[in-house]
Design a protein around this ligand. Structure first.
Ligand SMILES: [Zn+2]
Length: 240
């Protein structure tokens, strides 16, 4: 990580280092020049505590993860979340279909359906990120112009989707409250997305909220289009 890339988790001021090594085995946490508090108190914390604070959507924990760590698992996490989402839809669809039906489509077609669900989930995620980036580019001065680097924002959006991994246990432990659980997971992911946008841009909560709403709208439109196309594809495949 380059110098000056660190941020104070308390006041968002830039910092050159998180701690200083005095070479005789003594490490001292750097104090922020602006607020006089430790630049990043989380470097001493257990990862579980950091995760709990991130789940609670604490701004400090988000700043620690997004600015002061070089966590580069966002693409792997993205693929895993897409698989979780596709599995959820696939399993819900399978459970709603009558089993043992002699007219049931052959097994490989069902597997093909799973990959179709992955593609649909990828389309929806792309539409969501595209919608958020579009609104922020139009309204944030920092993101205007050709030289604006959108990668930190995209990384923040993908990392803040980590709540989607909860979809798998929600489906495996099947119960009557599944729709309610899925609603809560969606709300949690959107709240995390809003907080990630707010932290990365250091913008007002309202702007982050409306950007995520635009992303959600874009995702819903993409889902409708994708489902219509998929239905037309399966209809064509059955009648051909
Ligand atoms: Zn500070």
């Amino acid at each position: 990580m380059a110098e000056n890339d660190f941020r104070c988790v308390e006041c968002n001021e830039k910092a050159t280092e998180l701690h200083r090594d005095y070479s005789n085995g003594i490490l001292k946490i750097t104090l922020c020049g602006s607020c006089q508090k430790p630049v990043d108190k989380y470097i001493e914390y257990d990862p579980v505590i950091i995760l709990i604070d991130a789940i609670l959507c604490k701004t400090q924990a988000f700043r620690h993860i997004l600015f002061n760590t070089s966590l580069a698992i966002h693409w792997k996490l993205c693929v895993f979340c897409l698989l979780c989402e596709a599995y959820l839809r696939w399993s819900l669809r399978r459970s709603s279909e009558p089993s043992g039906d002699p007219a049931d489509i052959i097994r490989y077609a069902k597997e093909l359906e799973f990959y179709g669900m992955v593609a649909l989930a990828a389309l929806e995620l792309s539409a969501f990120c595209g919608g958020v980036l579009l609104v922020l580019r139009a309204s944030s001065r920092r993101l205007r112009g050709d030289g604006a680097d959108l990668r930190p924002l995209l990384r923040a959006l993908l990392l803040s989707c980590y709540g989607k991994v909860l979809l798998v246990p929600a489906v495996i432990w099947e119960h009557d409250f599944l729709p309610l659980c899925l609603g809560f997971i969606k709300l949690f992911v959107l709240t995390s997305n809003t907080q990630a946008v707010r932290v990365i841009l250091n913008c007002r909560r309202r702007l982050a909220f409306w950007a995520v709403c635009a992303g959600l709208l874009s995702e819903t439109l993409a889902a409708r289009t994708g489902q219509t196309l998929a239905a037309a594809f399966w209809k064509g495949a059955v009648f051909d």
